[in-house]
Design a binder for this molecule. Structure first.
Ligand code: GTP
Ligand code: MG
Length: 276
């Protein structure tokens, strides 16, 4: 039985009609990647702690979310905030990865596909700076009228985590189509990382690690294999993105450049370490 990852589907969301949840993974075409509007990673400049917050006239989709200097009404204190979208075929584990990162959990149950928007926020401490990651993903359930919405969301994303499932060849084959969509709709400098998920399912693996590495190299992407089930490399993936985004927005001349590729290569663990 497949595990169920809780979804934060917003019923009653103004953009979402009442939709039933899909229970089988769908092809890439049916799962519209979410997009963002922010000037990706090097686009907008997140406000630092103590800096002015955008006033009421600030564009709603400005590059960075305002920092909350020392207190936040929502309970999460942060200096800079970024939007991170998870994209990839249905069933690759986007919701599970998000839940694992946010709550440290992997719940057994039946796969319930996300309909609408799934999101979580988490604040990380990156070298003394509180970085809030606004993690989200959209699913349009194949409804064409929502594609424009999700494409708009692409432009808002500062970072994109592009997932495939190592036990599902089609999800890997579709990566190029996802990259084409990202290229078309996301900010040109969006921080992007390729993740091969479900490496705990060693016996069902059909996509070799080397294949993922090769594809990533071809497109110049940082790459890691992950498992939402065991937690392998999950925190690392989000931490790496947080470090990259924080560096892009707050880099001081004296600070050595953070190299995302090198970081994930150095810190990433092999699947063999965490097989159940
Ligand atoms: N073994 C294993 N199963 C996983 C892992 N991640 C997710 N799954 C399972 O894969 C199925 C799909 O996971 P989801 O996280 O719901 O997939 P999704 O990408 O959010 O799918 P959509 O919402 O349809 O786009 C569920 O049954 C999960 O339990 C993993 O790392 N290992
Ligand atoms: Mg989901």
């Amino acid at each position: 039985m497949r595990a169920l990852c809780p979804s934060t589907h917003i019923s009653g969301h103004p953009l979402l009609p009442a939709m039933s949840r899909k229970k089988t993974p769908k092809s890439k075409g049916a799962s519209t990647p979410a997009a963002s509007t922010l000037p990706a990673a090097n686009g907008p400049r997140p406000a630092r702690s103590g800096t002015a917050r955008p006033g009421p006239d600030a564009p709603p989709n400005g590059p960075l979310q305002p920092g909350r200097p020392s207190f936040g009404g929502g309970g999460d204190f942060y200096d800079v905030a970024f939007k991170v979208m998870l994209v990839g075929d249905s069933g690759v584990g986007k919701t599970c990865l998000l839940v694992r990162f946010k709550d440290g959990a992997f719940l057994a149950g039946t796969f319930i596909s996300t309909v609408g928007i799934d999101f979580r926020n988490k604040v990380l401490d990156v070298d003394g700076v509180k970085v809030k990651l606004q993690l989200q993903m959209w699913d349009t359930a194949g409804q064409e009228r929502f594609r424009s919405v999700t494409h708009a969301y692409y432009r808002d994303a500062h970072a994109l985590l592009l997932l495939y499932d190592v036990t599902n060849k089609a999800s890997f084959d579709n990566i190029q189509a996802w990259l084409a969509e990202i290229h078309e709709y996301a900010q040109h400098d969006v921080a992007l990382m390729l993740l091969g998920n479900k490496v705990d399912s060693a016996h069902e693996r059909v996509v070799k690690r080397e294949d993922g590495e090769k594809l990533a190299k071809e497109y110049g992407l940082p790459f890691m294999e992950t498992s939402a089930k065991t937690g392998l490399n999950v925190d690392l993936a989000f931490t790496a993105i947080a470090k990259e985004l924080k560096q892009r927005s707050m880099k001081t001349p004296s600070e050595p450049r953070f190299r995302l590729h090198d970081y994930v290569k150095r810190e990433g663990q092999g699947a063999s370490c965490c097989r159940p």
